[in-house]
Design a protein around this ligand. Structure first.
Ligand code: URA
Length: 222
């Protein structure tokens, strides 16, 4: 299974998430109700210089629509910010049939299945990590990752083979690894934005810094 870039629709690796999926398939027939795959710019893998890594699909958002952050509260700020920085274009309408497309980036989650109460266990995060690794590896021109929240940050650091004690989560931190710079942010969740732990300005600062990184690295994308 971990040889796959994306888990299959019936991925059995996490019993609790598999059971939750089955229950949701019964309650919400017609929804996606399966692991949510990475969403990639239409230019293809070769064009991806930035990967955004969220936590996990929201029950009534990405788990319903099948596209990361789409229909989730967190998607409103994320996609507005991506559009501001020219990393997305078209119209974001909270469903997978809108006209939104990504520019030079891709979006994925540390955990691909919706977890109960939005809280994956450590075991589930570990089980899903090989998919994150395969996702990072598939983008040959990847230069930067934006991690949204501590769970995403920690999973990316581990995926890249480094110790969390050396690279602790901090909002707006930048850690340089071999070929990739990791920028981390508080998650753009409803809770964080309502409590103003994360303001739109703080979130934009993270993207501003990331784009500086991308401009400083000579682009390999033709
Ligand atoms: N939706 C996602 O796809 N990921 C998140 O982290 C939050 C909402």
């Amino acid at each position: 299974m971990p040889e796959l870039i994306d888990p299959g629709r019936d991925c059995p690796l996490c019993p609790r998430l598999t059971e939750f999926r089955t229950v949701n398939q019964e309650i919400y027939s017609g929804w996606h109700n399966a692991p949510v795959d990475t969403w990639v710019t239409p230019k293809g893998d070769h064009a991806v210089e930035l990967l955004i890594v969220g936590l996990a699909p929201g029950l009534k958002g990405a788990n319903k629509t099948g596209r990361p952050f789409t229909g989730d509260f967190a998607g409103d700020l994320l996609y507005e910010t991506l559009q501001k920085f020219d990393l997305a274009e078209g119209s974001y309408e909270g469903h997978e049939g809108d006209t939104l497309t990504l520019n030079n980036c891709a979006i994925t989650n540390a955990v691909r299945c919706v977890p109960p109460q939005n809280k994956p266990t450590s075991h589930e995060i570990n089980q899903c990590r090989p998919f994150l690794k395969n996702t990072i590896d598939r983008f040959e021109n990847l230069r930067a990752i934006i991690s949204l929240g501590k769970i995403s940050h920690d999973s990316v650091v581990r995926t890249l083979g480094h110790k969390l004690s050396a690279y602790p989560f901090k909002h707006n931190s930048n850690y340089e690894f071999e070929t990739i710079v990791l920028h981390s942010s508080y998650h753009c969740s409803r809770y964080n934005t309502n409590t103003r732990r994360l303001t739109p300005e703080m979130f934009e600062n993270v993207f501003e810094t990331t784009l500086k990184t991308l401009r400083n690295v000579k682009s390999c994308v033709s």
